[in-house]
Ligand binder design. Structure first.
Ligand code: MN
Length: 348
């Protein structure tokens, strides 16, 4: 790339970029080999990326754990100035609580070390283990206040459980008190959902991730999480996992469900569901570099709510930034999209 942030007028910050430690990768393969889990979504995802000898799988396996020369060269080749790093799915969420808690801490320490080596190229979010919510809240606080991480990341469900259960509220309380966002990134689909997706290979990034993660976000909304934590900020990738196409019908049907008192799990909220999508959520374009969808989300929720992301190394496309540089928006809006929103929301 011959242009620079100075000549183009903005930095390109990619806000949902994946990494994993070599130890976690080895442990995923061990779990697969030992038969320690029969989670079909995990087998589908890491059976491929962890064990397949195809070039696509080996390439991903190498790139996702490289935190130096190769990753920086890829960023330079694609015109990315900075990556915000998120521990990739399933993170530590497939392990038992004690092991998961210690792996989250060691991963965050390694991430902080990577950022210290390249502070202008990398920033990152703190991983945590929802399996032990109180320790998770402490790890988020340690990650932000001691390690300088910029928020927290969870890879959607944890062994089939969703964060709208009150037992997880310490996690939201920590993010709200620290005033940092929680990024809800996809995981492989939960065991309860995945089966009908598997025969046609629809369980992963092609569609299943969005169905499962969108469900997770909606559960938080109708479960009243944002009435309890009104200043909680949640970031969704993939332009909101499909939800920005749905606001009218979700609002319409939710009002009817509440009126008819259909379920104790779907009670009246202080606002319409779509108002939480507007007020508490932020959106990144990971894997969705397509103008009609990006414009929809910008129009619905504002140019200050949508950030650029590439989803490296899963969807590493060198030509992507050219497509995004050509979005039909003003220079000022483009600077918000690539740089300003990320700097404000993650306080980079
Ligand atoms: Mn991703």
């Amino acid at each position: 790339m011959s242009d620079t942030p100075e000549t183009r007028g903005y930095k390109r910050i990619a806000t949902e970029e994946a990494w994993l430690t070599p130890e976690l990768l080895q442990r995923y393969v061990q779990i697969l080999d030992s038969g320690a889990t029969n989670d079909p979504g995990f087998h589908s995802l890491w059976g491929f990326f962890g064990k397949s000898q195809t070039p696509r799988a080996r390439d991903l396996y190498e790139r996702i754990q490289d935190m130096d020369a190769r990753r920086l060269a890829d960023m330079d080749a694609a015109g990315i100035d900075m990556q915000l790093l998120l521990l990739s799915a399933p993170g530590v969420q497939v392990f038992e609580a004690g092991l998961a808690t210690s792996l989250a801490a060691s991963s965050n320490d390694q991430l902080a070390e990577t950022i210290r080596r390249h502070p202008t190229r990398f920033q990152g979010l703190a991983a945590f283990a929802p399996q032990d919510p109180q320790s998770a809240a402490k790890e988020i606080e340690r990650g932000v206040t001691r390690l300088g991480l910029k928020g927290a990341v969870v890879n959607s469900h944890t062994q089939g459980e969703y964060l709208d259960d009150e037992k997880y509220y310490d996690i939201f309380a920590a993010c709200e008190a620290l005033d940092v966002p929680l990024y809800i990134h996809p995981n492989s689909m939960s065991p309860q959902m995945v089966e009908p997706f598997l025969p046609r290979c629809l369980d992963a990034a092609i569609y299943g991730f969005a169905a499962e993660t969108g469900l997770h976000a909606l559960r938080l909304i109708v479960g009243g999480v944002f009435d309890r934590f009104p200043n909680l900020k949640v970031v969704l990738g993939h332009l909101g996992e499909g939800l920005p196409f749905w606001p009218y019908r979700i609002d319409f049907m939710h009002a009817g469900i509440v009126r008819s008192n259909r379920s104790p799990g779907a009670q009246a909220l202080q606002k319409k569901p779509s108002e939480y999508l507007r007020d508490n959520f932020y959106y990144t374009t990971s894997g969705m570099p397509w103008e009609p969808s990006i414009s929809l989300v910008q129009r619905l929720f504002g140019h200050d709510k949508v950030m650029y992301a590439m989803d490296y190394p899963y969807q590493y496309l060198k030509e992507e930034v050219d497509m995004m540089d050509n979005l039909p928006i003003t220079t000022e809006q483009k600077k918000m999209f690539f740089q300003g929103n990320a700097e404000r929301i993650f306080r980079l």
